[in-house]
Design a protein around this ligand. Structure first.
Ligand code: BES
Ligand code: MN
Ligand code: MN
Length: 469
């Protein structure tokens, strides 16, 4: 049962859903691609659009704050000092839309088909952050204010490493003070199967280059007598996993917090068909580290993947060349408590040890993020469990996801705040891919869940001893 005001806010959201979607479409039309400087003007336009929208909702302290990168948008609804404060985080930047020719409709001309809204950013994360704005609007319209204090921090650099966010949080720690962070930038376990994410993986991303001879050589004159950097790099990459698909870098697993028996039991009980999941992406069977389930491998174990590899001749036809150089981009998804810098250092040392003696190694760290496990026992978590339970008619699962949201560790480290990861995406939303989309059903469910969360958290705040202020 929900109280009358929450019910009124839910009804308001339902009644205005069409307009909410129209407004989201306007937001999605702005190509806010953060990684490509050609879009810097569009990034500024998206930030200004958000600032204006927050003001139209009655937010105060609305600021579009410049950084050395893209702007950070702030706003707040300060209701009453005695009420808890939620800090909402979202990101308005999106991934580049390439490859463009694989989109069925242009990425920045949002299109609705089969109840889904297709556009870059529809699910990651413009559509999801917009749910928070519409939940706030609903509360304001029916009650004149939300049932607790809300602050918002909306970032424009998540998709390219959040370079300026940690410093910004440090500089504005007081203004950002809150009781909990809420983020909608993750997935539901499956359609109609609600979940709250309690674990995120981290990241160490590096680029390596092996140099052998001082120039490209004729493979007829030198082949068989001079070692080939592409062959050597391929051999090194192949050696990074053993026959059990474990990573062979010395000390790689040193700080991994093992899955608990309880976690493994709960993961095993989730409704997940590993074979079907692999077949959906055109692969006959999943491949996971020995001793772990597919779901464990994809969400709670560290990985090492080659993301790109190049060198030598890749044009049309044949060119006989023994190349001077070979390069690769390698990402390692980390789990708590692996430290990104330390892991990159371990890979570097292993490469120096294993590479052919005569070759030179260049090793460059591109970015890193700390993996996170958030507390599951808190008033805010309980409020999220009840809010999702109310919307979906079943108790949400607690899950870990394999992706990364770097700021979650920063909020913990700098502000001491835990995050509640209440996301409404699906693995099949094609985020970062052509034809990204968001189900309009999930857009509406997300708004309802956030509306419910706000009144539930206001009510439950302080009821458990674990997180009293
Ligand atoms: N929203 C995603 C994180 C995510 C990925 C959630 C998969 C649920 C499922 C986020 O925008 C993202 O793409 N993160 C990057 C972080 C990287 C740039 C450090 C990622 O996971 O690759
Ligand atoms: Mn995201
Ligand atoms: Mn993303």
């Amino acid at each position: 049962m929900v109280d009358p005001l929450t019910k009124a806010a839910l009804d308001y959201a339902q009644a205005h859903q069409r307009r909410f979607v129209d407004e989201l479409i306007e937001f999605l039309r702005i190509p806010s691609v953060s990684t490509d400087s050609a879009y810097a003007g569009e990034m500024a336009r998206a930030a200004a659009w958000l600032g204006n929208h927050l003001e139209s909702l009655g937010a105060t302290q609305v600021m579009v704050m410049p950084t050395a990168g893209h702007p950070i948008v702030l706003g707040e609804f300060q209701v009453d000092d005695s009420l808890p404060t939620v800090l909402v985080y979202g990101h308005y930047d999106v991934q580049p839309p390439d490859p463009l020719d694989l989109w069925n409709s242009p990425p920045f001309e949002p299109a609705i088909s089969n109840g889904r809204l297709y556009a870059r950013g529809a699910s990651d994360d413009k559509g999801q952050l917009f749910m928070h704005l519409k939940a706030l609007e609903s509360w304001n319209e029916v009650a004149g204010r939300p049932p607790l204090n809300v602050k918002l921090i909306l970032e424009g650099e998540e998709e390219c490493g959040s370079a300026h966010l940690p410093g910004f949080i440090e500089d504005h720690a007081e203004a950002l003070a809150a009781d909990v962070v809420v983020i909608s930038d993750t997935t539901l376990f499956a359609p109609g199967v609600p979940s709250i994410t309690y674990g995120l993986r981290g990241m160490a991303y590096v680029e390596i280059t092996l140099t052998g001879p001082n120039r490209d050589l004729h493979s007829g004159i030198y082949g068989g007598a001079i070692e080939n950097p592409i062959n050597a790099l391929a051999a090194l990459i192949a050696k990074m996993h053993d026959a059990d698909h474990r990573i062979t870098i010395d000390g790689f697993y040193d700080n991994v917090i093992p899955l608990t028996g309880k976690e493994r039991t709960e993961l095993a009980a989730l409704p997940f068909d590993a074979a079907a999941w692999a077949i959906e992406v055109g692969v006959s069977a999943p491949k996971t580290e020995a001793g772990y389930s597919t779901l464990e491998g994809a969400t709670a174990r560290p990985t090492l993947d080659c993301n790109g590899i190049w060198g030598g001749y890749t044009g049309e036809g044949a060119k006989t060349v023994l190349p001077s150089q070979a390069s690769a981009k390698i990402s390692m998804r980390l789990v708590p408590d692996q430290a990104p810098k330390e892991i990159a250092g371990k890979l570097h040392a292993w490469l120096e040890k294993c590479k052919p003696a005569g070759m030179q190694l260049d090793f460059r760290v591109i970015h890193g993020a700390q993996g996170m496990l958030v507390g599951t026992e808190s008033d805010a978590m309980e409020a999220a469990v009840q809010a999702l339970g109310g919307v979906y008619g079943r108790r949400p699962h607690l899950t870990r996801i394999g992706g990364s949201i770097p700021v979650v560790a920063d909020f913990k480290r700098i502000l001491g705040l835990d995050s509640v990861l209440m996301g409404f995406g699906l693995d099949s939303d094609a985020i970062h891919s052509p034809n990204e989309h968001f189900g309009l059903d999930r857009f509406s469910e997300g708004i309802s869940a956030i509306i419910r969360f706000m009144s539930l958290y206001a009510k439950l705040f302080g009821s458990s001893t674990s997180d009293r202020r």
